[in-house]
Ligand binder design. Sequence first.
Ligand code: TRP
Length: 439
Amino acid sequence: MTTTRATTRVLTGITTTGTPHLGNYVGAIRPTVQASRQAGTESFLFLANYHALIKCDDPARVQRSTLEIAACWLAAGLDPQQVTFYRQSDIPEIPELCWLLTCVTGKGLLNRAHAYKAAQDKNAAAGREADDGVTAGLFMYPVLMGADILMFGAHRVPVGRDQVQHIEMARDMAASFNHLYGGGRELFTLPEAQVDEHVALLPGLDGRKMSKSYDNTIPLFAPREQLRKLIMGIVTDSRAPGEPKETEGSALFAIYRAFATPEESAAFAQDFAQGIAWGEAKQRLFERIDAEIAPMRERYQHLMTHPGEVEAILQAGAAKARAAATPFMHTLRRAVGLASLDGAAAAATRAAAAAPGEALPQFKQYREPDGQFYFKLTSGARVLLQSRGFASPRDAGQAVKRLQTEGAAALPALQDVLEPPADAQALAQALARLAAASD
Ligand code: TRP
């Protein structure tokens, strides 16, 4: 089946166990926010709080981290109108899908997952039993991640190297499921990992990679004075003022470069060569970072003290995400044989079987007096789906084509050009019927 793809769906999740630091900002937040503004992509970004439970049993920390991470992303310029920004636990379809995937995932595949194997290796090294302290949650982690990704038909998943294996596993799950239940349809889109090789790895206070596990981080939105203090604590060598200094291997310089323009970095490198004092270099670094961070910090502080605003944004995001997840889950339930016995679904199936000539739901394209092009999906007199206005008939036609070929799986990508469906179940059934009829 070939589809003309108008947009690329990009999805990523952030586990809610920590406080974002400068390394997260440079390595993930800043590039992701920038990418989310690109035309032709559609971003799904979520707070992976079910994942947090795998590695953290401190409720206060998970709760606090959820607010901090949400506030950080919003402060850093993520536009919740433009992207779908939600909290994993607000989407009950995700754990539901997780179970369906669990049933098509080989246990042997999960045995090979790096995170699980690392836990086993650690136990072996300490002379403990292989599965000592390993929860089933850790073992199942790749399946939950598969559900996150496959639920929204993501094409691309930007992740760190350590996560690539999980994306490959999600592909395996998708392929197995399509094969078993798709009946020729691609129920799931096969995702691809996107590892950005150029993204700066920021050194931390001690010169090693900035990471929570090394306890060498600089919190992204530390208050100004604290930020200054932390920066003054970055390790340097013992060269005196006036002595030329190396930029190579200097944590201070590497951090500066991650925030500055190439010209500013070149000027800073000159100052190194001319023997700038470390104290002054640190002050310069502080000023440069603060210039970028200060306006965002203000917004961050506001959100942290108005958690209701963050909650409202996440609720709106969840509604947007569920407008796609609910009908899609419905299609999946039907595919595996979990549909209602006496509901409309069964009736539709029977009707389709008993009366193959019965009118199928229909797409209708038309133009309104506003000059824009619209389409709707109708079943008899009922309008199951109504589009918003398109500038060209071609765009409207492409959206129709996607719904015809991809079925409910295309809904997430199209949510901005569709009115929210009044009856998501009926819509999913209609799309499933059309797909079945076109097979
Ligand atoms: N496991 C990812 C991490 O630790 C976070 C995550 C959860 C994720 N679900 C995802 C990333 C889905 C991408 C897609 O970084």
